[in-house]
Design a protein around this ligand. Structure first.
Ligand code: F6R
Length: 260
């Protein structure tokens, strides 16, 4: 696992570099996209590069991580809609090439199995963007999630519902209790995982992810078993990392031939 302590702006550029390299290797690369506040700078940077003619996602495909259960189609808070507004609208990817779990399906169990099948049919995810919850979740795999889990229905923790109430006019009662989320086992199959974390509220979760014991108590720790994870974080999120100086030295002295 590589930890890069930098600014949010530089982190967005580095994450966009990883995606651009994947597209250079294969124009039909499969991207894993996250919602929430954290990846917004990456989408803005990708949009800038597309507008400048430096990058095209025209042939790329993408899968979202998760979705609330119970929001009507087109609800601006639904993650499908957020991805459409924040990612698809800024770049030149085909809207039909971007899929999200169906949290409004009549048969949620079948919809979860279908989502897994579609990811596999696309050949798996090449670059997966992740944020991290203050309780250590990735996607919506809350504490206690099986480290081998697949796409399924989960119940959100009180902490996550409070954290996300800001997207629901601070009305906690309006935040859904349930979601459909890619499992930890699903996410672990992505070839390269780029996790971004900004702000003091993420400091403990980031410390656990990088330096804690692997445990369902802090679901993101499963990433310690992945061979290619890049953590891009700011100073505040890094404030509880015990080996922060070592991560800084490692990145500062990275061999020039070695990309992220
Ligand atoms: C979103 C997702 C979540 C968020 C996490 C952090 O698709 O899967 O795991 O990444 O809740 O959210 P923000 O970025 O809003 O702090």
């Amino acid at each position: 696992m590589e930890v890069v302590i930098t600014t949010a702006g530089r982190a967005a550029q580095l994450a966009a570099d990883v995606i651009a390299r994947a597209i250079t290797r294969n124009a039909r690369a499969v991207l894993g996209v996250a919602t929430g506040s954290t990846p917004l700078g990456v989408y803005t940077e990708l949009g800038r590069r597309v507008s400048a003619g430096e990058l095209s996602l025209r042939e790329a495909r993408a899968f979202a991580l998760d979705e609330y259960v119970g929001l009507p189609a087109g609800d601006p808070r639904s993650y499908r809609q957020v991805i459409a507004d924040e990612f698809v609208a800024q770049v030149d990817i085909e809207p039909d090439a971007v899929l999200a779990p169906d949290g409004a399906a009549h048969d949620l169990v079948a919809a979860c199995a279908d989502y897994e099948r579609r990811i596999a049919e696309a050949g798996g995810v090449d670059v997966q963007l992740l944020g991290i919850g203050s309780d250590g979740h990735i996607a919506f795999n809350e504490p206690g999630s099986s480290l081998a889990s697949r796409t399924r229905v989960k119940t959100l923790t009180d902490q996550t519902r409070r954290d996300n109430a800001r997207f629901f006019d601070d009305d906690l009662a309006a935040v859904p209790w349930h979601c459909v989320t890619q499992g930890l086992g699903t996410i672990m199959e992505a070839r390269h995982i780029v996790l971004l974390a900004f702000g003091e509220a993420k400091a403990e979760a980031l410390h656990q992810l990088v330096e804690g014991a692997v445990s369902a108590r802090w679901p993101a720790t499963v990433l310690q078993h992945h061979p290619h994870v890049t953590v891009l974080c700011d100073e505040a999120a890094a404030s509880r990392l015990e080996l922060a100086d070592y991560y800084r030295e490692t990145f500062a002295n990275k061999p020039v031939w070695q990309s992220l």
